[in-house]
Design a binder for this molecule. Structure first.
Ligand code: BGC
Length: 720
């Protein structure tokens, strides 16, 4: 069908049919769903009739070729105009083959592998009938208390933008022709990652300058890569909930950026305009969301119940409804649903691709590259000939997939103990949980002590269960629960080398873990192949190369903490700084425990002199920044070489460091590589006080190093 045909189709549609396209309901609402069961209760509550369901435009959360085919078949029989349903689901870091959580994926700094993981997720999901994934989630966050940091790719706008692009390429590719791809929906627009005090759904309040400088770039990057859909955020932004925010949606998203695809509310967010206190009832909520150009209402019925009335009384122009319907129909057309409502759905394909050996292999590789080695006092890698105790609640747990892995299953998950047994003989491994995640018994502790007594080295697998992060998973105390710390202390008291391994979805306050372990590994939620990936690292089959993409705070009192901070007028450590009247804490350091970009390897990398092609750069020129990195260790390894800049004098304050580029290199023992970066003027632009995005002539510092703290620097001038 052409666009003209879509207009004809629109002309034939009744108001109810149009409004139906603007509605998204969960799978059980649809005839043909396996678990339709008792849906009358929710339907009555939402005032939705069977007739409304026949008009509905999209389905939330359906998957499985059998069921999606069934739902679509019944729908096509019942929908008067034969408009196919759109199936949308959260395929965030894998569908059945679960990859590490996105925060972990970002720690790999491997954009190609991130793209490949999204492509695999898309292929598995598309075979099972999904058309659109609610991903990537690109909310920049400096808030480890916020449980959803695990869904994003960290605190840096440049890195977030790069990952946003990779994920969109991986999910979508050539989705109009290639039905093993799905359309992507970037979320949550906007600035959902900055809730006050880290409490989910809480107030977001920031200057337009901050928003544009740090929070908006990743959404824009996803759209520049062709991302088809956008989801609103739950939060308010400067007083107005995103879901009813005309300035944000019609102003920036559609007006300034020219986004023409469907905008969907987050779950229930249209109706939440009422408790936010900006709509007096569902009718006004519908009006505000429609006027903000929110095309699809997810899981509430303000549109179903009130749009007709709003049009009839002249509060809402029918043209607004029409433009929304057209945006949705256009996406259905692009996906090829008018030609084939079943698109890539296929039980045979499902059987062939889901959890294939190839997919698992990629999951294992990505998980091992996502793991960050935080500390290693010559303990790791372990020798598999040693007697090893494996204790802690994660030693046998399948809860290592992460909070957004509803499609994954525990039976398919490689646990830590299983992974270990691929490297070490059964008689050399002594396993005991020692405690649960938040509670434990004396008996559990004693049994772990007995196992540890038999061993030469102790691995303690600690962490947060997956409900402790993710949506509605905010924590004020970001330490490992006390019972687990106690287990760790008891293990340390045995006087044997202790390796702590962490499974968690956020940066944590790790002071006590660091004190009580000789080596510390951040494994995040590593996914289906997690146990194998971890064992590959621990036993030295893979050399760790992951680097943090969020600062690990020293204490929760530093939060929000981020590397690209500003100087203040009274910086600590300035040559002429006073003792007291400087910007500092009296009781803790200003610096995080581990900085952005940090992560160790079993090799050592030495950085040579940093040289610039010139100490001046004209606006139309490039500056070449060169250094030599050498592997002085005795193992082959990968290193992420990072380039930061600082604009020394700006129209507004400039960060002390800003990541502008990075390269991941592989070096054999003894090998050196010249690493060359090209800088140009466009990378030096920023938002001025009047919101102009441009650079200023003047002096800059450029830094290259192994993390955001340990760098070498040079200066240059940008000249007209
Ligand atoms: C989440 C979204 C998600 C949606 C649909 C919401 O609660 O905030 O990220 O896409 O549910 O599952």
């Amino acid at each position: 069908m052409t666009d003209v045909n879509l207009n004809h189709l629109l002309e034939k549609m009744t108001i109810e049919e149009k409004v139906g396209q603007l509605v998204q309901l969960a799978t059980p609402f649809f005839k043909g769903a396996t678990d339709r069961g008792e849906i009358t209760g929710p339907m009555v509550q939402m005032n939705i009739s069977e007739e409304d369901i026949k008009h509905t435009g999209s389905v939330l959360g359906a998957s499985g070729a059998k069921e999606t085919t069934n739902i679509q078949r019944v729908h096509m029989e019942e929908n008067r105009l034969g408009i196919p349903l759109l199936f949308m689901s959260d395929i965030v870091h894998g569908f059945k083959t679960i990859f590490p959580v996105p925060l972990a994926i970002s720690s790999s700094w491997d954009l190609d592998l991130a793209e490949k993981s999204a492509a695999i997720a898309a292929e598995e999901a598309a075979a099972s009938g999904v058309h659109v994934t609610f991903a990537p989630m690109v909310d920049l966050s400096r808030e480890p208390r916020w449980g959803r940091v695990m869904e994003g790719t960290g605190e840096d706008p440049h890195l977030n933008s790069e990952f946003a692009r990779s994920f969109v390429r991986g999910f979508q590719g050539d989705f109009e022709n290639d039905h093993s791809k799905v359309a992507a929906c970037v979320k949550h627009f906007a600035a959902y990652g900055a809730p006050e005090a880290g409490r989910d759904y809480n107030t977001v309040d920031m200057s337009v300058w901050q928003l544009r400088e740090n929070y908006l770039p990743a959404y824009k990057a996803a759209l520049d890569e062709g991302c088809e859909m956008v989801m609103t955020a739950f939060n308010i932004l400067n007083g107005v909930p995103s879901t009813g925010n005309e300035e944000l949606m019609r102003g920036i998203l559609r007006g300034e950026w020219g986004f023409e695809g469907p905008l969907i509310s987050d779950w229930g967010a249209v109706k939440e305009l009422i408790p936010h206190g900006v709509a007096e009832d569902a009718k006004q909520a519908a009006e505000k969301a429609m006027k903000a150009s929110v095309d699809i209402e997810m899981m509430t019925s303000c549109y179903t119940n009130h749009v007709r009335e709003l049009i009839e009384e002249g509060t809402l122009e029918e043209a607004i409804v029409d433009e929304a319907v057209l945006r949705i129909l256009r996406l259905k057309k692009k996906l090829g649903l008018f030609e084939n409502p079943y698109r890539g759905t296929s039980e045979e394909k499902e059987a062939a691709v889901i959890l294939s050996e190839e997919n698992r292999k990629t999951a294992r590789e990505l998980a091992s590259k996502s793991i960050v080695l935080l500390k290693n006092d010559e303990v790791l890698p372990l020798d598999s000939g040693q007697k090893t105790a494996l204790v802690g609640p994660f030693s046998t747990s399948t809860d290592i997939l992460g909070p957004w892995s509803w499609g994954g299953s525990s039976e398919d998950t490689i646990t830590v103990n299983t992974g270990f047994l691929n490297h070490i003989k059964k008689e050399k491994l002594f396993i005991s949980e020692g405690c649960g995640i938040e509670e434990g018994t004396e008996g559990q502790l004693q049994s772990a002590l007995e196992q540890a007594e038999k061993a030469e080295v102790i691995v303690v697998a600690l962490g947060e269960h997956s409900d402790m992060s993710g949506e509605a998973g905010s924590r004020a105390d970001i330490r490992i629960p006390e019972v687990q710390l106690d287990l760790l202390r008891k293990m340390k008291e045995l006087g044997k080398p202790v390796v702590a391994v962490l499974f968690n979805g956020r940066p944590l306050d790790l002071r006590e873990v660091i004190e009580n372990a000789d080596a510390v590994i951040e494994a995040w939620y590593p996914g289906t192949e997690g146990g194998n990936a971890l064992a590959d690292i621990i036993f030295g089959k893979v050399n760790p190369s992951g680097k943090l993409t969020m600062s690990m705070p020293y204490s929760v009192g530093q939060v929000p903490i981020y590397y690209n901070r500003y100087s203040t007028g009274r910086p600590k450590n300035a040559p002429d700084a006073q003792v007291r009247y400087v910007s500092q804490y009296l009781d803790i350091p200003n610096e995080p425990l581990y900085p952005f970009g940090y992560g160790l390897s079993y090799s050592q990398f030495e950085y040579g002199e940093l040289t610039l092609s010139s100490n001046e750069m004209k606006y139309d020129e490039q500056l070449t920044v060169t250094t030599t990195v050498s592997n002085t260790g005795d193992k082959a390894g990968d290193e992420v070489v990072q380039l930061y800049i600082r604009d020394l004098v700006g129209d507004v304050v400039r960060p002390l460091r800003e990541l502008k580029d990075f390269k991941k290199i592989s070096l054999e023992p003894g090998e050196s590589e010249e690493v060359i970066f090209q800088l140009n003027e466009s990378q030096l632009r920023y938002y001025h006080a009047n919101m102009e995005h441009k650079s200023d002539a003047g002096e800059f510092e450029v830094f290259v190093g192994t993390n955001s703290r340990d760098v070498r620097s040079q200066t240059f001038r940008l000249v007209k």
